[in-house]
Design a protein around this ligand. Structure first.
Ligand SMILES: Cc1cc2nc3c(=O)[nH]c(=O)nc-3n(C[C@H](O)[C@H](O)[C@H](O)COP(=O)(O)O)c2cc1C
Length: 192
């Protein structure tokens, strides 16, 4: 059966640039025969955190929250695309992630990052690694930084930097391996 990955984006800025990396990764995942759920807080808006999803009685959470919970539950892994805001992750991404908990458990995550500058958001990626560990979706060791995001892709989502295609292939190869390993182990059972 095909694997399903939630591709999670966290910028809600009107002129957001990271959507280019998100669309590129969506294309690369689809080419590998993977089902992709794009989770975008600009499309499915959550409030600033009041109650976590688990604090609502079943079926009573706001519709975007119910929808995102369902997509996360159905996923085998989470590919998170983070920008870098003041050396950490965007507030909309943290807000989205914090609403959920059990939906992530015993599934791996992978971190792609981007920024306006040449470091490609790696400082935010390192923060995100700590957060996903606490959320129960440990990150694979590879990270995928996209530098100078505003000028990295042409109109057909082809990277202008010829290292990006190869580094993305290696990153997704590793992520798929972890997803399959975790999935096989979840089928045997998970600790209480
Ligand atoms: C509030 C804010 C803080 C930022 N801080 C950093 C930073 O610490 N390091 C960096 O490389 N770029 C920083 N930038 C520039 C972003 O990398 C760039 O604007 C990027 O396109 C933001 O992602 P988005 O367009 O998907 O929202 C910052 C941008 C914003 C809006």
């Amino acid at each position: 059966m095909a694997l399903t990955i939630s591709l999670i984006y966290g910028s809600v800025r009107s002129d957001r640039q990271g959507i280019k990396a998100v669309k590129y990764l969506e294309k690369r995942l689809l080419e590998r025969g993977i089902n992709v759920y794009l989770i975008d807080p600009l499309e499915d808006t959550l409030p600033l955190l009041d109650k976590m999803y688990k604090e609502y009685k079943p079926g009573t959470a706001p519709e975007p929250m119910e929808k995102i919970a369902r997509l996360l539950k159905e996923s085998d892994g989470f590919l998170i695309v983070t920008g870098e805001y003041n050396h950490s992750i965007p507030p909309a991404l943290k807000n989205l992630l914090d609403h959920f908990q059990q939906e992530y458990y015993f599934k791996p995550s992978a971190i792609a990052s981007y920024s306006a500058g040449s470091f490609g958001g790696v400082r935010a990626a390192v923060h995100l690694r700590v957060i996903v560990g606490e959320l129960g979706m440990p990150a694979i060791s590879s990270m995928l930084p996209f530098p100078v995001i505003s000028d990295l892709f042409d109109d057909n989502l082809v990277p202008k930097n010829n290292r990006i295609d190869n580094s993305t292939s290696r990153f997704l190869d590793q992520f798929e391996w972890y997803i399959k390993a975790f999935k096989a182990q979840r089928e045997i059972g998970v600790p209480c």
